[in-house]
Design a binder for this molecule. Structure first.
Ligand SMILES: *Cc1c(COP(=O)(O)O)cnc(C)c1O
Length: 444
């Protein structure tokens, strides 16, 4: 791929745009429903509205809560609407953030500072299932909170007894997911939050993925267990508007049971020559476009719009699930109630199956522990179910025929990672690979 330096004299706008268009030639083809992560697409009308709203407020900066009352209004409305969706009463307080990771980082930082102030804990711990999103471990890494990782049960949901045993006097936060990304299953939030309440710790539900989908599936009569702020013991919830909220990238919401808890999230600097400085989240400058687009899409779709989309998503997910389970040797892991799922393959190497699907133009994320392929379904996948299942059947037969000769592609990388005895070596592999990619290597 390489990278180019500065052009000495600038290029005309049209030429710049044409080059950019050429560079996207090999990008993941999400518009045709060929990818199963990263992009959440409702329809062209929603995407156009998000783009127009984003453009309208592209220059505005939500760093200052004073300069742009419009953005303040949008943010307050988005937070309120999200709270209404997730069981929040009148006391609930929140902020918008740049994404799920920022929401999670802030929930952990809030718990750390709450633990210091309210419980005198200076060497804090948090308890989380192994399926919790890596953003929690990133938060542990950034903020000096010890992560106590517990296993999940046979159903791949958090093991409540393991959680209970892992809690110590230093625990400031317990985490559960609705759903967890790897297998799409919802943790037993009610039981976990009860442990938190009994032990006097905070509890965060990570609904980054499900926050804008599960409540609508509930209304459609699907068996979704309670997970929101109406569950006793749940003290914060994160939900990404840029996932099943179908907003522009850069929009998530973090909610707390009340404003006193949220206050631990904030930062203030009193002695800077540049003035008195207060900031709600991790970012300084906050892009107005992302906030405006979230508001626009939520108002445009309304509850009925989200309900309609949720119905399409779940019906599509049902077809994928039934079709996959009908293929010999394939199995959905756990019992995911929504649109995110993973499947294994017993007639051959599941990573090779992933590579075979790649050759047929389908990009599926690979997972480990156990090896599986991942699906995140949106309305964009409605039209591809039959093509996908046909290719999947063919790819499965192909992998079974080939046995284990000539492994390449992602199967080789995951094979190598599995063969390394030390997780530290795998870590080095990832860090080196990341560096190479960012320096312009990889791809073509
Ligand atoms: C996507 C996701 C996150 C992180 O969100 P980003 O927007 O990618 O930072 C956290 N938790 C779950 C369950 C997710 O699916």
């Amino acid at each position: 791929m390489g990278s180019d330096g500065w052009p000495v004299s600038g290029r005309p706008a049209e030429e710049v745009l044409a080059r950019m268009d050429a560079y996207r030639r090999h990008d993941a083809d999400w518009r045709r429903g060929r990818t199963f992560s990263l992009v959440y697409h409702a329809d062209q009308g929603v995407a156009d509205l998000a783009r127009r709203a984003y453009e309208m407020f592209m220059a505005e900066n939500a760093l200052s809560p004073v300069a742009f009352p419009s953005l303040r209004r949008f943010e307050a409305d988005v937070v309120r609407m999200t709270a209404d969706l997730l069981g929040g009463g009148p006391d609930v307080a929140g902020t918008m953030t740049s994404g799920g990771s920022e929401s999670i980082l802030l929930a952990v930082k809030t718990a750390r500072d709450w633990g210091r102030a309210e419980r005198g804990v200076f060497d804090p711990e948090m308890v989380l299932p192994v399926t919790a999103h890596p953003a929690f471990l990133k938060a542990a890494h950034y903020f000096g909170v010890r992560a106590v990782v517990v296993p999940v049960g046979r159903d791949l949901r958090a093991d409540v007894e393991a959680v209970r045993r892992a809690v110590s006097p230093r625990t400031v936060l317990i985490v559960g997911s609705a759903p967890a990304y790897p297998h799409g299953v919802v943790d037993p939030i009610e039981d976990m939050a009860r442990v938190a309440a009994q032990r006097g710790t905070l509890f965060h539900t990570d609904a980054c993925l499900g926050g804008f989908l599960l409540p609508f599936l509930q209304r459609l009569g699907r068996p979704i267990p309670p997970f929101g702020l109406d569950v006793p013991g749940v003290t914060s919830v994160s939900a990404d508007v840029h996932k099943y909220g179908y907003a522009a990238k850069g929009a998530s919401v973090i909610l707390y049971r009340d404003a006193a808890l949220r206050r631990h999230q904030f930062f203030a600097c009193t002695d800077w020559p540049g003035g008195l400085y207060g900031s709600p989240g991790l970012l300084g400058t906050r892009p107005g476009g992302a906030i405006a687009a979230a508001w626009a899409v939520m108002n445009h779709l309304g509850e009925e719009g989200y309900l309609r989309l949720a119905r399409r998503v779940i019906e599509t997910a049902d077809r994928f699930r039934d079709g996959i389970e009908a293929i010999p040797g394939m199995r959905i892991l756990g019992d995911p109630p929504g649109s995110v799922m993973a499947f294994t393959f017993e007639r051959g190497d599941v990573y090779r199956l992933g590579d075979e699907m790649e050759r047929r133009g389908w990009h599926l994320d690979r997972q480990q522990l156990p090896p599986s392929l991942h699906l995140m379904l949106t309305p964009a996948h409605e039209r591809v179910v039959d093509d996908f299942l046909r290719d999947l059947r063919e790819a499965a037969d192909e992998v079974e025929r080939a046995g284990d000769e000539g492994v390449s592609g992602m199967a080789a990388i995951y094979g190598m990672a599995a063969a390394l005895p030390e997780r530290g070596e795998v870590r080095d592999l990832i860090l080196d690979f990341l560096g190479q990619l960012l320096d312009g290597g990889g791809g073509d």
